[in-house]
Structure formats: structure tokens, C-alpha cells
Design a protein around this ligand. Structure first.
Ligand code: DGY
Length: 327
């Protein structure tokens, strides 16, 4: 019997591609290459499965153009690039890579809190530019982290990890808002208190966004929300770019209505709003919150394992939908 055909649509660890090649007929993108969405769909048209990352969208149009497609394995925990309803309706299995990146991503979220609050990148640029000629009492004086109030919007596994770092490592008061309030035992383990959105915005000294991006969450932080925050507060986004109205954020940062921000994700990434690039009080990183070698390898292996398990008939290990059989 012929092997299922699988497309590896973004460059990934060669050893993972090699492992996949032991199970499937593989077409893998070359390192350094990037396929447009059109090219991706053209190559997917005769495949049974795909390993994708956030850069390619799989929606009803793509599914219609790919009649053999049975399985899409997303190498990320977020899967807003997949139209899960369309995949489910068409009988296509989808999976993501949760858990293996939780602690690494929480580390980075907390690093961004520190970087924004303590103005680390501004200070570093100043030093490198040779501008440090004398010590001043107020040089890069930032906001306090220890003992301050940490607000978390989106209290999944990563949000909980950030809460624990704040509560246990930095003696912070942790408040959170989530679609569903957590169990009392989880709240106790995270030392986190549930509050409604207005209280979260008004009380947080540092607000971290780590909720999934959905239509409802589009621009969940816009001009109105920013206006409710303390002018001394910082905002960190490690969720998805679309959670924040970047134009409103730029205006708030320029007007001193917010002390600083740190963004790992952007609305049009990899393009970045030029207004952000001009601001000294915003830390910008290229979507790297889960980027350590062991974690990215674990994500790639889990994405591969999902494909292997599915095509061996055991079902995906970390599915995001329960599709009917594809006709
Ligand atoms: C994720 O896993 O969702 C990260 O943002 C990487 O895409």
C-alpha cells in the first residue's frame, strides 16, 4: 500500500523531517525558502496531511482545493490560522502542540514584563550608542516589578505559569480575567484572584495578554481599554497581534497614558507597524516566546507524532477538533 503524502510547509529540524520520511512520502520546503499562500495550496493539493506553522492559513477554500487532505498538524499551541469549523465540517483532523511549550513561553512572558518595566532595551541601546557619560539618579528609572500587581488576561496553562512566576518569584499580587473562572484549587496554586475586565485594567501595574485570538478577542485591548489603565502600567502581548489595536497603543504610549509595552506578536507579522519601531518605550521581539532549542524540538516532534498517530489509525495525540470521516 502506498504511504500517505505529507507536506512540511515551513522549515523545521532536519531530524524531524527525517523521522516523518520513515512514515510518509514527504514533500518538505527547503531551508531558507518561504511559500506564499498560493504556492502552499498548490503543493498541498495532492497531499493527505500537512505539518504547518502559523504562516499558512487552512480554511474552506484551501480544503476545497485539497480533496485528499485528512490531517493538518499545526506546530504551535495557537491555531487561529486554521478554520477549525471548516476542517471539522470537511472531516479533516487538526492538532496543535500544547503543554510542551508552557514553561518556556511563561518564562519569556515574564522576561518581557521585566524588560518593559525596567527599560532594559532602551538602556542597552543608550549604552551601545556611547551615550553613557555619567551616572544620574533618574537614568532609565522604570516601574517596580516585585510587590506590584500583575494582571493576566487569558488564564490557560501559560497564563498560570506566568502567575506562578509573579506570585512566588516576585511577591506580586496576581489578578486575572478569563472567559471562564478557574477552579478554586488552580486559583490557589497560582495565588491568583479572578476579577472582571474593568478591575483588571484599572488595577494591573503590568498586564500580560496570553489569550487565544478569536473573532471575539479582536482588539480586546483598544483605545477605551488603554484609557482605563494606569499611566504607570506596562502592557505585554505574547498571545496574537490582533488582540491589540496597535494604532491605539501607539497613541497611548506617545501620550504618556501607558508607561511601556512589550510585544512578541503583531497584527501583520512579520511586518511591524512603523509607528511601533519609532517608540523608545516598547520592546519588540519577533514571535519567539517559545523559542528555545529543546522546546521548539519538542513542538516539532509532537507535531510529527500527531501525524504519525493519526495515519496509523490511533487518532491524533493533541487534537483540536473531532471531525466526521471525510467523504
Ligand atoms: C504558539 O505556539 O502559538 C506560539 O505563538 C508559536 O506560534
Amino acid at each position: 500500500m502506498s504511504q500517505p503524502r505529507v507536506l512540511v510547509a515551513s522549515p523545521v529540524f532536519p531530524e524531524v523531517v527525517q523521522r516523518l520520511a520513515g512514515h510518509f512520502e514527504i514533500e518538505a520546503i527547503a531551508d531558507g525558502e518561504a511559500w506564499s499562500q498560493e504556492e502552499f495550496v498548490r503543493r498541498l493539493a495532492d497531499k493527505d496531511g500537512a505539518l504547518v506553522m502559523g504562516g499558512h492559513r487552512v480554511d474552506a477554500g484551501v480544503i476545497a482545493a485539497c480533496p485528499r487532505l485528512r490531517m493538518v498538524s499545526n506546530m504551535s499551541v495557537g491555531y487561529n490560522n486554521l478554520d477549525v469549523d471548516a476542517l471539522t465540517a470537511a472531516g479533516v483532523q487538526a492538532s496543535n502542540t500544547p503543554d510542551v511549550l508552557t514553561e518556556t513561553t511563561a518564562d519569556f512572558g515574564f522576561a518581557l514584563v521585566m524588560a518593559a518595566a525596567r527599560r532594559m532595551l532602551e538602556a542597552e541601546k543608550f549604552l551601545r550608542a556611547g551615550q553613557w557619560t555619567r551616572w544620574r539618579y533618574d537614568m532609565f528609572a522604570g516601574c517596580e516589578v516585585h510587590g506590584s500587581t500583575l494582571g493576566i488576561l487569558g488564564m490557560g496553562r501559560i497564563g498560570q505559569g506566568i502567575a506562578q512566576r509573579g506570585a512566588y518569584g516576585f511577591g506580586m499580587e496576581v489578578i486575572y480575567h478569563n472567559r471562564t473562572r478557574l477552579d478554586a484549587t488552580i486559583e490557589a496554586a497560582c495565588q491568583a484572584r479572578y476579577v472582571e475586565m474593568p478591575a483588571l485594567l484599572a488595577r494591573a501595574d503590568h498586564l500580560v495578554l496570553v489569550l487565544p485570538y478569536t473573532r471575539e478577542a479582536h482588539h480586546i485591548i483598544g483605545a477605551a481599554e488603554l484609557a482605563c489603565m494606569k499611566p504607570t502600567a506596562t502592557l505585554v502581548n505574547i498571545g496574537r497581534g490582533g488582540l491589540v489595536d496597535e494604532t491605539a497603543l501607539i497613541a497611548a504610549l506617545k501620550a504618556g497614558k501607558l508607561a511601556a509595552a512589550a510585544l512578541d506578536v503583531f497584527e501583520g507579522e512579520p511586518q511591524v507597524n512603523p509607528g511601533l519601531l519609532e517608540l523608545p518605550n516598547v520592546v519588540l521581539t519577533p514571535h519567539i516566546a517559545s523559542a528555545t532549542v529543546p522546546t521548539r524540538l519538542a513542538m516539532a516532534n509532537l507535531a510529527a507524532d500527531n501525524l504519525i498517530a493519526f495515519f496509523e489509525g490511533h487518532g491524533a495525540l493533541t487534537p483540536v477538533n473531532t471531525p466526521a470521516a471525510r467523504s
